[in-house]
Design a protein around this ligand. Structure first.
Ligand code: HEM
Length: 125
């Protein structure tokens, strides 16, 4: 087991995570609802995680904003975020250990919690 220390590690982590996501109960959000272009989404996520974990200036998007239109089609509820977090935590723990690995889990949890809250608030408006 090793620490997350390179862009290569991030690519492996993100690819492994999304290969689990597409087979899970939340896979339909990606393939059926958002119909995402994986060739674009995956590099975007490599940048996102490099920015969060290594402080690289790579990702310049707005992660909350892209989820609101999805939430309008199918409610993104807490139980969906629980699956997302479970898959992310499992993927990190199965492959990496150390401070950055813990940070990856910690930051994902914070964002997921905030995102779940914002999606719920948006549905009430
Ligand atoms: C149930 C939970 C989630 C679902 C179903 C979901 C679904 C999606 C989908 C379908 C997209 C692609 C949108 C598009 O390109 O049209 C996306 C993008 C993205 N998601 Fe999520 N997401 C979830 C949770 C999260 C969490 C917890 C994070 C952060 C830790 C996150 C970070 C991102 C980022 C950074 C993008 C790319 C944004 C951009 O294009 O700049 N997502 N998500």
């Amino acid at each position: 087991m090793k620490e997350i220390e390179s862009k290569e590690d991030i690519r492996f982590l993100v690819d492994t995570f999304y290969s689990k996501v597409v087979k899970s109960e939340i896979g339909f959000f990606f393939d059926d609802i958002a119909k995402i272009n994986w060739a674009k989404h995956l590099p975007n996520m490599y940048d996102f995680w490099s920015t969060l974990l290594f402080g690289e200036v790579a990702y310049k998007g707005n992660p909350m904003a892209v989820h609101f239109p999805i939430n309008e089609i199918v409610a993104m509820e807490k139980h969906h975020f629980d699956i997302w977090i479970k898959l992310w935590t499992t993927t990190v723990n199965e492959n990496f250990e150390g401070e950055i690995a813990n940070l990856a889990i910690y930051k994902a949890n914070n964002i997921a919690q905030l995102m779940a809250y914002k999606m719920e608030m948006a549905r009430r408006m």
